[in-house]
Design a protein around this ligand. Structure first.
Ligand SMILES: Nc1ncnc2c1ncn2[C@@H]1O[C@H](COP(=O)(O)OP(=O)(O)OP(=O)(O)O)[C@@H](O)[C@H]1O
Length: 246
């Protein structure tokens, strides 16, 4: 079964020395889908991504697009995963379109330079996130929210089957939050991508197709996204009971 699904996580256990945060996590997606991962601060959401990207060891098995993740040496470099961390910075001035075009790195050998076609794709990706007007700006001088849109444009060019997004809307205004969630939906429905998206932005989830995974629950399970499930999980996160079992 696991070989055919887009993502299967079986019995995953992960954490840090003397502190297990994820215990026997199971998750199976047979088709491309959007999964919102929610939970209290510190419950282990980013830790899950650290395990999936090979930054920390884990027990259990993970299959992505039929491949055993443990057997793939650098899944983000080989294109099995694309990852947007919570914070990324660039320490030197660079034009936005030069940063976005780097999302095409797998289509180029080490010394080959990006061609006109690559830049057209980069500008189209910027257009889709509503940031076409930033193409010639210095990335380091953009606001936090503008930088976030640029990273999303770069990510779109990476063309991986599984995307791991750690709070992609955290610095965005209400308009761009909505727009980014709509964009992520189109990655699923039009491009067949699977998206795991860590978010605290519960207000924007209710109307989306997909699933909810609440890592603050003692046994987290995929729930179909709906206004009712978002309301239920919000009530759980706001309860004293949920803090007591952490
Ligand atoms: N390298 C580390 N060694 C030990 N503990 C760590 C390490 N990195 C993170 N932690 C702890 O693990 C816990 C979970 O961290 P994680 O970043 O996964 O939380 P999170 O659910 O993503 O939280 P948030 O919503 O605040 O981003 C936190 O208490 C954190 O302090």
């Amino acid at each position: 079964m696991s070989k055919l699904s887009v993502l299967t996580i079986e019995n995953l256990v992960a954490g840090y020395e003397q502190r297990v945060l994820l215990r026997n996590l199971f998750l199976c997606l047979s088709e491309p889908a959007f999964v919102a991962i929610i939970g209290h601060n510190g419950c282990g959401k980013t830790t899950l991504f650290r395990a999936l990207t090979g930054q920390i060891a884990y027990q259990g098995t993970v299959h992505v697009a039929g491949q055993d993740l443990r057997q793939v040496r650098r899944p983000t470099v080989t294109g099995l995963l694309a990852h947007l961390p919570q914070r990324s910075s660039v320490g030197f001035p660079i034009e936005v379109r030069e940063l976005v075009v780097m999302g095409r790195f797998r289509h180029h050998t080490f010394l080959s330079s990006y061609q006109r076609h690559d830049y057209e794709l980069a500008e189209a990706a910027l257009q889709r996130v509503g940031a076409r007007h930033l193409a010639r700006r210095d990335f380091t001088q953009l606001s936090g929210g503008e930088q976030q849109l640029v990273w999303l444009a770069q990510l779109a060019l990476q063309d991986a089957p599984l995307y791991l997004l750690d709070e992609p809307t955290q610095q965005l205004d209400v308009y761009y939050r909505r727009r980014v969630f709509d964009l992520l939906q189109s990655w699923v429905t039009q491009a067949g991508k699977t998206i795991l998206c860590i978010t605290h932005d519960l207000d924007n989830l209710a109307g989306l197709p997909g699933f909810l995974l609440n890592l603050s629950r003692p046994k987290p399970q995929l729930l179909p996204l709906s206004a009712a499930t978002v309301q239920l999980e919000r009530a759980f996160l706001e309860s004293e009971e949920s803090l007591a079992i952490r």
